[in-house]
Design a protein around this ligand. Structure first.
Ligand code: ARG
Length: 462
């Protein structure tokens, strides 16, 4: 046991209490950000004349050498240390002697860990936005390729009106676009530096907080030292945004699972992203999509865990907050994996276009357009609705589509039907006549795709 706080204690800590309290098993991943933050702190201390330039140089070189030794495997992070902060300070003192004992001047582990988490989460937000951009790029490519791939659009999981695959995928483009914009919002709100808040009340040393904030690429320092050490709002926002990404991925997964079913056969998942059964030789299962759907619950759980941890904590730092890490890391790791895998699965998905079109032909997806046809010939919409309703019933009985009837049969329902009805209710017409922005026609979709490309080109998280 190598702890930072021996002086005041006469006895030794219970072994179970030590490991219960320790966080090194999970905060070891802060190594790089802790080094980054500690170097900035040392540079500021030297600039302010609190430590000497040579002490600062020793600290910076010492921290760099510890980092590279851990990265190369020369030095192990072990549970002899309570947390990553203790590990670094102890090793620094080992390497550079007394100057190492000065790195913690004007700093507490409370503002140190607050900084580490912010730096770590900020890098993650940037990385997550790259994953989202990859997803959006993949969707745009698929949309461009499928402007005239007809398929049924559904409500209540019942065939409703024809759309195109481009249009259906475009709905997910909008969802992930909002997810990406949320990353930017979060980045902007979180990008303030808590270092210098001390334990809770700042310090008596003449720290230059603007300077450390600048060195670490923050917009500026946080403005209340008690809030600085106990704010985890940005993590909650981030986990809420990650939960929303998972909700979108989960809906998309559900669709892929349905589309991949024997009944639908809209898609075939590439062998690289499906698995077989140990007993049933014919099986090819959509496991990746199912797992993504499954992991959604776990990410929601991480958000709930953090919200619940924070709800009863009086100001300022309390050890409960150590619990933020495992939940946050779990959510970040899983969402990154899910996004990357799902995007690759999507890119390699084969669409059975004939089957999708056949499915759109059946199920009366053109019934609204048939009613609109009568309206255009002068019939009030409510009457047209009723005529087509009876026509559909007739077709169900005959086990055919409206398009399969001949003009004579149609005239039995209304005199207004003429030969142009067949063109008016073809899939192509049904789709291409929907010209308003946001609708599925290739003209409207092309505009939307153009806007999407422009959005992606101009997007910058910083
Ligand atoms: N491991 C701690 C955490 O994650 C670091 C801060 C410790 N602060 C303290 N006052 N014991 O929150």
């Amino acid at each position: 046991m190598a702890q930072l706080w021996g002086g005041r204690f006469e006895g030794t800590i219970n072994e179970l209490a030590w490991s219960f309290n320790a966080s090194i098993s999970f905060d070891a991943r802060f190594l790089e950000v802790d080094v980054r933050g500690s170097k900035a702190h040392a540079m500021m201390l030297a600039k302010q004349g609190i430590i000497s330039d040579s002490e600062k140089d020793g600290i910076v070189a010492g921290l760099d050498s510890i980092l590279s030794d851990v990265q190369s495997g020369k030095l192990q992070i072990t549970d002899k240390y309570e947390d990553i902060h203790s590990f670094l300070e102890a090793n620094l003192i080992d390497r550079i002697g007394d100057a190492g004992k000065k790195v913690h001047t004007g700093r507490s582990r409370n503002d140190q860990v607050a900084l580490d988490m912010r730096l770590y989460a900020r890098d993650e937000v940037v990385e997550m936005s790259e994953h989202l951009k990859n997803m959006l790029t993949a969707l745009l490519t698929m949309m461009k390729d499928n402007l005239d791939t007809y398929m049924p659009g559904f409500t209540h999981l019942q065939k409703a009106q024809p759309v195109t695959l481009a249009h259906h995928l475009g709905a997910y483009f909008e969802m992930f676009k909002r997810d990406l914009l949320r990353m930017k919002d979060i980045y902007e709100r979180m990008n303030y530096c808590p270092l210098g808040a001390g334990a809770l009340a700042g310090t008596t040393y003449p720290l230059d907080r603007e300077y450390t904030a600048k060195l670490l690429d923050f917009y500026g320092p946080t403005l209340n030292s008690m809030d600085s050490v106990s704010d985890r709002d940005y993590l909650i926002e981030y986990l809420a945004a990650l939960s929303t990404i998972m909700m979108h991925l989960s809906r998309f997964s559900e669709e892929i699972i349905i589309w991949n079913s024997n009944e639908y056969r809209f898609v075939e998942i590439d062998d690289a992203y499906s698995t077989g059964s140990s007993i049933m030789p014919q099986k090819k299962n959509p496991d990746i999509a199912e797992l993504v759907r499954g992991k959604t619950g776990r990410v929601y759980g991480d958000l709930m865990s953090l919200l619940t941890t924070m709800k009863g904590i009086p100001l300022a730092y309390n050890k409960d907050m150590q619990e933020d890490k495992e939940a946050a890391f779990d959510a970040m790791d899983n969402v990154k994996n899910c996004l990357a895998l799902f995007t690759d699965m999507l890119r390699t998905l084969k669409f059975n276009k004939e089957q999708m079109e056949r499915s759109a032909m059946m199920g009366f997806t053109n019934a609204t357009d048939a009613a609109d046809y009568l309206v255009n010939k002068g019939m009030p919409f409510r009457d047209a609705h009723s005529v087509i309703g009876r026509l559909v019933l007739y077709c169900i009985d005959k086990k055919c589509a409206i398009d399969d009837l001949d003009l004579k049969e149609l005239k039995g329902f209304s005199d207004l039907f003429e030969n142009d009805i067949f063109d008016a209710i073809s899939l192509k017409t049904c789709v291409e006549k929907r010209l308003t922005i946001g609708a599925p026609s290739s003209a409207a979709m092309s505009k939307v795709i153009g806007a999407g490309e422009e959005f992606l080109q101009n997007f910058n998280i910083k």
